[in-house]
Design a protein. Sequence first.
Length: 368
Amino acid sequence: MFNMQKQILAIFILCLFYRVISAQEKSTWQQKPDFNISGFVDVFYVYDFNEPQGSTRQSFLYNHNRHNEFNLNLGLIKFGVEHEKYRANLALQVGTYVNDNMAGEPGVLKNIFEANVGISLNKKNSIWLDAGVLPSHIGFESAISIEDFTLTRSILAENSPYFETGARVTFHPSDSWEFAALVLNGWQCIERLEGNSLLSFGTQVKYSPSEKVTVNWSTFIGTDDPDETRRMRYFNNFYGQFRVSQKFEFIAGFDIGTQQRSKGSSNYDIWLSPVFIGHYTINDHWKSALRAEYYQDETGILIPTETPNGFQTTGVSLNLDYLPIHNIICRIEGRWLNSKDEVFESKTGMTDSNFIIATSIAMKFGKL
């Protein structure tokens, strides 16, 4: 009899606990969300000493890619909804980055920077499903230049996705670990390529044992071809970010990808790129960064050149930044690139080296 009473009491407590949790869960969903508006503007001037004659400086670059003119690289405004159980973002964009990097998107789709909705899938809010136009899970650089150590983007970043469209499930088992799995329309596109019936897939593993260290591994599996010429692409992105002291931190990154030479082929072409960026904080208002990079794409998978050695390019850059306040940055950068072949546009044709001086004033407001 006593045991039966204990069982009844246990069942009653469990039922009461369930009702309390259910009420809390329902109450949580009914709480009002936070609404926010944010924005970013990046105005630039670049002098390219090759003096290219076209509307863009170099065909493999998509940011700050104009010569001897003042222009808007990126201007965006973002509307966000944040709730403990759901979230949404809509960001609209204009600028030369949009014209260059979104050229394949039809109509007004090219003006979408972000458009996504996410919901929590468990009570702990450690599992999320987000769908729509999303920031890329690949790499450590952003089209929002104020978030990057350097003014211009590395060749590695310029030739991997800045955005992606699809669905992403993210799992945070702890403050240190993050896992993600993605189903995507393709390699940096909003609309799926016409004639391609195959979805693409991605994964991400991020480990941050402390605020001083972050290590990331991201992958992509898919194709950038229609079905009749389908060549499978397999891509890996690795990077580590390390804060050595209050003044110095650095990022080391490495991309490597393979793609079938032709449909059904067992032969694969490879491209790869290592990059190192060191960042030094001089004081509250002045910062500097040094970058060393190499990009190898001999067969022209991402950067076709039709030259004997393809695209094999080494580069270094140095920039100096001035921040009068935390959300405004004035930058100047010198960047030199050198390649095995003549792959850089110039006033008189193609040449094997390129040097630029780039300047920018950028401002952000709100939480991007």
